[in-house]
Design a protein around this ligand. Sequence first.
Ligand SMILES: Nc1ncnc2c1ncn2[C@@H]1O[C@H](COP(=O)(O)OP(=O)(O)O)[C@@H](O)[C@H]1O
Ligand SMILES: [Mg+2]
Length: 488
Amino acid sequence: MDNTNDLAVLLASQYPLLLVEAQEEQRLLDIIRQAADRLDLPVWTWSATRGLAKDGHHTQYQTIDPHVALEFVGELSGPGVFVFTDVHPLLSDSLVVRRIKEIAQTGRRGQTLVLTGPRNEVPPEIESLAHQWSLKPPDRDELSALVKRTLDTFAARSFPVVVNGAEVEQMVDALLGLTIPEAERLVQREALRDGQISPADIPALRNAKAELLNSDGILELVAADVGTLETIGGLNGLKSWLRLRRRVMISDDALPGLDPPRGVLLTGVPGCGKSLVAKTLAQTWGLPLVLLDPSRLYSKYIGESEQRLIAALSTVEAMAPAVLWIDEIEKGLASSGDGDGGVSRRLLGTFLRWMQERRGDVFMVATANDVSALPPELLRRGRFDEIFFVDLPDPGERAEIISIHLIKRGQDPSGFDLAPLVAASDGFSGAELETVVVGALYRALADEDDLTTANLMMELAATVPLSVSRREDVASLRAWADGRAVFA
Ligand SMILES: Nc1ncnc2c1ncn2[C@@H]1O[C@H](COP(=O)(O)OP(=O)(O)O)[C@@H](O)[C@H]1O
Ligand SMILES: [Mg+2]
């Protein structure tokens, strides 16, 4: 397992103090024991009810008191991994923090102190000594084993289990990104809801997962009913770029000489389809779409925001292949201000490191309206595969966009005279063209008549597009993009 490997490396590299945020204590302890076992290190655990005990031995006298337990650890000279569980309340005790710091500073060979709990705030006194680590969510194999085990238990109790092999795989897919206890609970809940395990449970599992992911507000599993890339007018360069990448993204065998695509940054004039591309791309590729809202990451506690970002990103990795969407990235990850105590700087650093190091099939679509707020690190070559500039639609694209929105509302575009509409809509964004179609439909409704080209012309004439009211802004966006981005 990846987790065990990672942890074994950390233990072998003599980190004196590890801070592990984990909801799944039992799973974490199993992994710690496996990793320690490889290095022949004994594992000691402390809990507030049982005190400190070496695995397979009795509790040390009076070590329910964390001060005594830490003092005891401080005096041991032999190697070992010392795991303190649910440390959160302890860390508000300055004496405890001081003892932890002294143990970490002494840094004896082969000794690692592991502090764990569902949510840790790192006291500033030990921040520089502590290495933060978190469990990666279970991978496909672990979840697959869980699902099979659960189905076997149900079947053994003569509970109807009517899913075939392919459906079991779909159940596993639906659970990717969850922890083991969460996954287990969901399967049981769905089974008990209708008294059987059947293919009908698969969409229910997907929905339940979407709710769970949304619960802390950082990730959102976006429903895949927004249409495909074909419902976007224009942007042909971008669309064919994405079509080519799809082949590499979906195919199982590596195409020689081609690295898997990592992602794109879409900038440009507001209302021209950046978010629309992100939304429709996942559906076009048949992949789950996960929206990450970086503004939800902010926490006043040092280190907590980064931990949350890391946890969210590894959840997305566990759902791979997937499309990760970060809308208006400049708002969350790139604020230049130092007013937040450097949190956004550190979040950006964490994020860039992930972009650099990650493997696996997560394709990222980031959008940005205010490019001037983007830090240069994010734009450096190699971060995104490409930076696209989504400009105002040209005449041909406007004809397409008008047609698309007419069709969307049950109108046949061939019944309209598009040429004057296109001519009169110079400077209109896709969003504004859509508004024009809707507005014209209301005009027709008021007249109790069918929609006509004249209705559309009137609506166009009554609208002042953003590109006119904010001409300088659009010009400066374009100037920025020149040489930095590819026109989509
Ligand atoms: N190129 C386009 N083709 C079709 N519809 C478009 C296009 N651009 C914008 N729209 C319409 O305008 C809406 C808003 O566009 P959006 O993608 O949110 O713009 P932004 O670039 O600001 O993210 C879309 O949901 C869609 O209905
Ligand atoms: Mg947008």
